[in-house]
Design a protein around this ligand. Structure first.
Ligand code: SF4
Length: 324
């Protein structure tokens, strides 16, 4: 989603005659499009903002803009423009740029939002607090945006925190995949609790739907999945993987895994290791658990020492590397 927002803003600024500065010192405007889903991302962006503020001391006309979830989460002083995720595109007005329709290039990737925000409140996740409650984008708007890109884009991504919550998602997918054009249709992200057999059947039926699915497992231990408030079990997850491979034998399944969630014992972690070995994902994004204040998991007892979280993540990354 952030890549999508950054891409749209960049394209609009270039079309209005701006250029991309080679160094920070050359820039008249520095825009930070932020993510605070993990603490490391937040700390990195804060140190970059601090450096930009130092630059501004010698160059008072330099404009610093901070957009995205960090601006929704906390006050940031000393910057010129502060916009959250919902109104990030207002940056164009604030910079005096008039938004215009932009042509697509033949090999480009198009991103279309289908939902905004999230109501799932997975216990570790800050997204519902910074991107707000689930909002469904009107079907007519999605179809109109799709019509604009389908003849030129090579890859089209439907975006949502949990795309499977879009009402009648399989029908939407089928409707888009049956249109003319040389595009490949993808969606990000699926949620294992809602990803269903109807979606799998549509994926198998329509050749324009890519044979890849990102299905964040987060953990391979039922006790921890319950604490994470994920609302599926390991058995449910394995069943969806089995169905996917039955219907679409060349499917690429990728996932996210959090290591060292509060209460995770060595034995719990070992369950995840075994499931990862069993499933043989095409790729996995593996991270040590990151505390986010305001979330339920942040207040849970049995927080795991950071070194242990990191050691488990490193071990799993190595296992994935060997299997890949
Ligand atoms: S479904 Fe995804 S975005 Fe929503 S709370 Fe859970 S992890 Fe966060």
């Amino acid at each position: 989603m952030n890549v999508n927002t950054a891409h749209k803003i960049t394209q609009q600024l270039l079309a209005a005659g701006h250029t991309i500065a080679v160094t920070d010192e050359d820039a008249d405007v520095i825009i930070f499009n932020t993510c605070c889903v993990r603490n490391t991302a937040e700390q990195k962006i804060l140190s970059h903002i601090a450096l930009a503020k130092q630059l501004k001391r010698n160059k008072p006309n330099l404009k610093i803009a901070v957009i995205g979830c960090l601006s929704a989460k906390r006050k940031i002083s000393g910057v010129d423009i502060l916009l959250g995720t919902d109104n990030a595109m207002e940056i164009l007005d604030r910079l005096g740029v008039t938004k215009r329709p932009l042509p697509m290039t033949q090999d480009s990737t198009a991103y279309i939002d289908i939902t905004y925000g999230c109501d799932n409140y997975c216990s570790y996740c800050i997204v519902p607090f910074v991107r707000g409650r689930l909002r469904i984008r009107p079907r007519a708007e999605i179809l109109a945006e799709f019509a604009q890109v389908k003849d030129t884009a090579k890859d089209i991504y439907l975006l949502g925190q949990n795309v499977n919550e879009y009402p009648h998602f399989p029908q939407l997918l089928a409707e888009l995949a049956s249109q003319d054009g040389n595009f490949s249709l993808h969606f990000l992200s699926a949620h294992p609790k809602d990803f269903d057999i109807e979606t799998i059947k549509v994926m198998a039926k329509y050749p324009k739907i890519a044979h890849d699915v990102h299905l964040p497992m987060q953990c391979g231990c039922d006790k921890i999945l319950r604490l994470m408030n994920r609302k599926y079990t390991v058995a449910d997850y394995l069943n969806k993987v089995k169905l996917l491979r039955e219907y679409i034998p060349d499917i690429h399944i990728t996932t996210d895994i959090i290591c060292g969630f509060p209460g995770e014992t060595e034995a719990d972690f070992e369950e995840t290791v075994q499931i990862v070995k069993q499933i043989k994902f095409s790729a996995a994004y593996i991270f040590p658990y990151s505390n986010r204040s305001g979330t339920a998991a942040d207040k849970m007892p049995d927080q795991i020492p950071f070194q242990t979280r990191k050691a488990r993540a490193t071990k799993l990354v190595e296992i994935m590397r060997q299997m890949s």
